[in-house]
Ligand binder design. Sequence first.
Ligand code: SF4
Length: 281
Amino acid sequence: MASAPTEQVNLEAKSPFEMRVRLGEQVPDMDVRAALKTGDLGFLHSFTTGSAVDGPGIRLVAWTTACMFRCQYCHNPDTWTLSNGIPVPLDKAIEEIRKYAAGLKAMHGGFTLSGGEPLMQDRFASRLFAAAKVMGVHTAIETNGYYGDRMSDDELRNIDLVILDMKAFNLEQHKRVTGGMDNAEVLTFARRLAALKRPMWVRYVLVPGLTDIPEEMADLARFVASLGVVERVEILPFHQLGQYKWERLGLDYKLDATEPPSNELVAAAVSIFRNAGLAAD
Ligand code: SF4
């Protein structure tokens, strides 16, 4: 297996908005395939510490690379490609969690795996969560849910909170937002989490002209409420912090002219979810 260049690249970043590309390109394909199968090696954009927004309390967050969606509003398109990430041996990633474990517990926080889409590296994710649970650290995953079926029920029980990024309820809208991806898998995963009584948060990005459709949000809210395990719905106002990444990667960004939603629009979206009986903010 090729050695990981973690000595040259700082694993920690101030935020996921740092642009990182081609850091894992030297890992041979054969080793990438083996890593995905075993989870011995993960590909990470970075670790960030002190997050107060990626789950309860203060969190250590590991940002994975690779995603199967192509959301129009994605603010980290450099995380779409696995080989943009730093190859990090599993034991080194576990060591990072161990370094902060006592502090995270004291601050009622924990460890969150986000991305990119963490379940693109499901074996790495599963082993990381198992190790964190042995340390007694609260665990959370932020996922689009598309590969939820890659995790067994027992593996899901090692995740204390699933933060499910829901892009849309209706198929055509989901395809429009994500670059043509289906959402039956996402809905199935959400229902399965509900059947297992796993605590969930749901996130919805509010983009004027793209996702601010009242009927769509009402349909999604009804579905989310029907699950019975969703503790919180977060409406995330669209922003332009990732715009420069699209430009530098030469990608076709369709939201150049889109403004962040007004406070009134955010309040209206929050009301739709609250009207369905959900705790939304
Ligand atoms: S699922 Fe997340 S990481 Fe993937 S394209 Fe959408 S916003 Fe970006």
